[in-house]
Write a protein that binds this ligand. Structure first.
Ligand SMILES: Cc1ncc(COP(=O)(O)O)c(C=O)c1O
Length: 355
């Protein structure tokens, strides 16, 4: 093999080891994908043939569409039931009484739960969900797309069966994601894409796939993206979780105070600011979320408006959309104050025009 080609392969495999170490996994339990969405689709399609008609899958009310639709489609194609695990409005906690009842009714094969809500900024009781699901013999897949930049993850300590993330949520490039799955589960997955790179032998009538992870990575791998993701992980590790979490906790307290101080706004989810990480979402009386985000954008304040790919959650909260404000490593207390000042000003002018 040419030196350049072997160096690329080495760097790609080194990136896999970096991700594995970051998550507390082994390198052969890490599959590179295009993002969390692709990871979840790979998992759902790879498991499809193990799900029988009449069995159940559970998704929570907090989920991003990417951790709903693959399971919804799997249930439709296999004649399985999709159950919704509800959230207690006042605390944002998942209803574990309901989960126990669902698991006790039998036939639940998998629970899909987010590690951190991309709307409410709260972390559901994932460890407890995993414990209960395992007692009932069900797998648990954790959507860590939002969590990964806001809390350290150790898949062994968490004891999840699978976990997904996206590179761009971790200060890395777009177009790269990760599927972690326990080795024995990964080996059970049927390749969802076939072609070059994933195969051992090919004849005119059949083929033998390579073992995972290679067997689940058809086509030319995302080498540059994987190396970029590893670089982001090294960068984040240099900052360290202690500094990062302390920085973010003080920003989130300030952000929540800032939003609540605006008046005539409702922060979605529970009232306890200490439970939030990374983002919070709110609605403002008399102003559509898209109008507010547009007006803020005109002033250089970047927020996101809409359902944030979580329509079932917004429907349960009785709203069609919200405005989401986020913090990250680079956010400062001055940024939060600027956000508060400009948002207060924009709302004042809007309401004066309406009056
Ligand atoms: C909680 C959560 N899950 C899944 C996704 C999907 O990630 P991607 O679009 O990178 O595949 C996102 C992206 O916003 C997310 O926030």
């Amino acid at each position: 093999m040419h030196q350049v080609a072997s160096s690329s392969s080495e760097q790609y495999e080194r990136a896999r080891q970096t991700v594995a170490t970051f998550l507390g996994a082994a390198a052969d339990e890490i599959v590179f994908t295009r993002g969390a969405t692709e990871s979840l689709n790979l998992l759902a399609q790879g498991l499809a043939s193990s799900i029988e008609a009449g069995e159940g899958l559970v998704v929570t009310r907090l989920e991003h569409h990417s951790n709903i639709l693959p399971w919804q489609r799997l249930c439709m194609s296999r004649g399985a039931h999709l159950h919704w695990l509800e959230v207690e409005a006042s605390t944002g906690n998942l209803d574990l009484v309901q989960l126990r009842a669902l698991l006790a009714s039998g036939g639940v094969r998998l629970v899909a739960v987010t590690g951190l809500s991309n709307v409410l900024g709260i972390m559901p009781q994932v460890a407890e969900v995993i414990r209960l699901a395992h007692e009932a013999g069900a797998w648990v897949v954790v959507d860590a797309a939002q969590l990964v930049a806001h809390a350290p993850i150790d898949v062994r300590a968490l004891d999840c069966d699978a976990l997904v993330l996206s590179g761009h949520k971790l200060y890395g490039p777009t177009g790269i994601g990760v599927l972690y799955a326990r080795r024995d589960l990964l080996r059970q997955l049927e390749p969802w894409q076939v072609g070059g790179g994933m195969v051992q032998t090919v004849t005119e009538t059949s083929f033998t796939p390579l073992a995972a992870p290679a067997g689940l990575e058809a086509g030319t791998p995302p080498i540059a993206e994987a190396v970029g993701l590893a670089a982001a992980i090294h960068w984040l590790s240099q900052i360290g979780w202690g500094a990062l979490l302390a920085h973010e906790a003080s920003l989130m307290t300030a952000l929540e105070e800032a939003v609540r101080s605006l008046g005539h706004v409702q922060v979605l989810g529970p009232k306890l600011s200490s439970h939030r990480r990374g983002c919070l979402s709110f609605t403002a009386d008399d102003v559509h979320p898209h109008d507010l985000s547009q007006l803020l954008g005109d002033q250089g304040v970047c927020v996101r408006a809409g359902h944030h790919c979580a329509q079932p959650l917004h429907a349960a909260l009785g709203v069609t959309g919200s405005v989401r404000a986020s913090v990250c490593v680079g956010t400062t207390q001055e940024d939060v104050e600027t956000f508060r000042r400009i948002t207060a000003d924009v709302l004042l002018h809007w309401r004066r025009r309406l009056a």
